[in-house]
Design a protein around this ligand. Sequence first.
Ligand code: LMR
Length: 324
Amino acid sequence: MIFIVILGKSLASNAPIVIRFSHVVAPNTPKGWGAKEFARRVNRELNGKVRVEVFANGTLYRDNEAIEALAAGDLEMAAPSSAKLMGIVPALQLFDMPFLFSDIQSVHNAMDGAIGEEMKEIFLNRNLGIRLLTFWDNAFKQFTCNVHPLLSPDDFKGLKFRIMSSDVLETQMKSLGATGLRLPFQEVYEVLKKGIVDGQENTASNIYTGNFHKVQQYLTFSNHGYLGYLVIINEAFWEKLPGHIQNKLTAILEDVTKNVRKKAQELDRQQSEQIKIYAKTHDRPGISTLNEYQKKNLQKAMLPVYKKFSTIVPERWVSSIKNM
Ligand code: LMR
């Protein structure tokens, strides 16, 4: 009996701590790359004490299922887009606000400064069972459509768009006279192909790796909104980790986050080019880029979103970003 207990204890203490990291996109995207890189570094640098296992393409959990599993302690790590966490922290819809960030630097200023810190505290203070570790980039979103080019607010009227599960995004589409349908990422290709929706908004890397450009005639480089991720871990799991392991994971994550930012910009450029090449070689009529005038018109049409969400997305966050 004593022997069994001792053996059991020694086996348990030698077993690596396993971190399952679930996400819904392809490995060749900013998040896919970041998750692989985090796993590679942890698996190499923690000498077998911690093992990270990455599940890409929604193979373990899809979209919101991952958040529920993580909060319940059935999953250790994930990096959902901020939009998908709005059910538990509505203020995160800050990142969905249309035309809020003038460039990627202003997104980073918000994440790395007081706003990012406040967001981390919200998770800690509300006992959500979820710790926000860091933010990873994807890029700015572009519109695609199968009906006609999307260049002015009128072009959106009466059309249906797949959106992520965010009230701000639903209101954004409504402000253009369109309908936003919340659907999981894994269903986007099929609903576009079958014409269940007319279009969608996403980053070049999600469009390219999801093959959405192959089932959409028109794409507008609009950069109208940002898409990024909250890297989260189950709070109880994190608290049980020894301090030196927490420190090592934090340091690796900090490095990986810096590299994800570079990689995200590189992939955005490359995959935007790949989409343009595909359109050219497949005789597609419509790749457009909004000019300043078209951008201003779209921006103006989306202004009601700000009024509607002024009590949900702190106005001081919005104005500090506008003044950055
Ligand atoms: C989407 O659902 O379009 C994105 O959130 C997918 C992702 O994780 O980038």
